[in-house]
Design a protein around this ligand. Structure first.
Ligand code: ATR
Length: 268
């Protein structure tokens, strides 16, 4: 029997995770299989029992289970505790553990930047914004702030992490060296023509980072690139959160360049 892995979520829309992990298993010759498991919230407790008994060797966890799953684990990483969400379940011996590789994924594409941006503006206040703020603080960026359309929600996030919350109308003032979009503005569909940033408001030499990966080049990234900024696509975060999951599950590294080619082909 191949080792079982999979993703739980509800509703579970299209996800590139099965393609990514099954490619990694095949490439390394591992006898394992990654499935998509749509799971309603009321079925989570029974499912987590199955994880222990079958056993299931690892899980990706998505909406709406990222917080609820924590009650069913033996150990939760400091990183996942800090953001209040688990996106990865893995075993450490007999201990069922929770981690948040979104935080790892969000910072991985920035680690090679030299010098590191000295300031970061995170747009939005959902789960991805929490991962971005936690990641940028972990990376050591000295000045991190958030801005959100709904000010109270932005303030809540900012208070949790001890960062500033800038009113939405003032988000572009502040000389930000890194701007990270975690809102759906620019996403394919009704939002595709939208952007959270004015084309003429990018700082010289700034880095524009979009968590959106469909389309690969959002209007935000296209305009940042045209203004001479470095750009990081949301594909990089998706890729790196997945690489980190794979490492926790198998102790092995998936080939990064090959995995990127696979995801690019899936998105084009
Ligand atoms: P996720 O958990 O994936 O980050 P989310 O919780 O739905 O997603 O968060 C989406 C974020 O994008 C929210 O901060 C939302 O702002 P509100 O708190 O005001 O709802 C923001 N967002 C969504 N649509 C937006 C829009 N049209 N303009 C600006 N911000 C928007």
């Amino acid at each position: 029997m191949p080792r079982a892995y999979g993703i739980i979520g509800w509703p579970l829309g299209h996800t590139m995770s099965p393609a990514l992990h099954n490619w990694g298993f095949a490439e390394l010759g591992l006898d394992a299989r990654y499935e998509a498991w749509p799971l309603e919230p009321e079925d989570l407790p029974a499912f987590m029992e199955r994880v222990r008994t079958e056993p299931i060797h690892g899980l990706s966890v998505t909406i709406p289970h990222k917080r609820a799953v924590m009650a069913h684990l033996d150990r939760i990483s400091d990183r996942a505790l800090a953001i209040g969400a688990v996106n990865t379940v893995h075993w450490d011996g007999d201990t069922l553990c929770g981690e948040n590789t979104d935080v790892i994924g969000v910072v991985a594409p920035l680690r090679s930047l030299d010098p590191l941006p000295r300031s970061a503006m995170v747009l939005g206040a959902g789960g991805a914004a929490r991962a971005a703020v936690a990641g940028f603080l972990e990376l050591g960026i000295p000045r991190v702030a958030v801005s959100n359309r709904t000010q109270s929600k932005g303030e809540g996030l900012a208070a949790d992490f001890g960062v500033a919350c800038v009113p939405w109308d003032e988000r572009m003032d502040g000389g930000w060296e890194l701007v990270c979009n975690t809102t759906p503005l620019g996403m394919s569909g009704d939002m595709q023509e939208l952007t959270p940033w004015d084309a003429d408001r990018f700082e010289d030499g700034a880095v524009a980072y979009d968590i959106v990966y469909n389309p690969l080049e959002t209007r935000f990234l296209a305009e940042a690139g045209a203004a001479g900024c470095r750009t990081v696509s949301g594909l990089e975060m998706f890729l790196h959160q997945g690489l980190a999951q794979f490492r926790l599950w198998t102790g092995r590294d998936m080939d990064e360049a090959g995995a990127r080619r696979l995801l690019l082909a899936a998105l084009r």
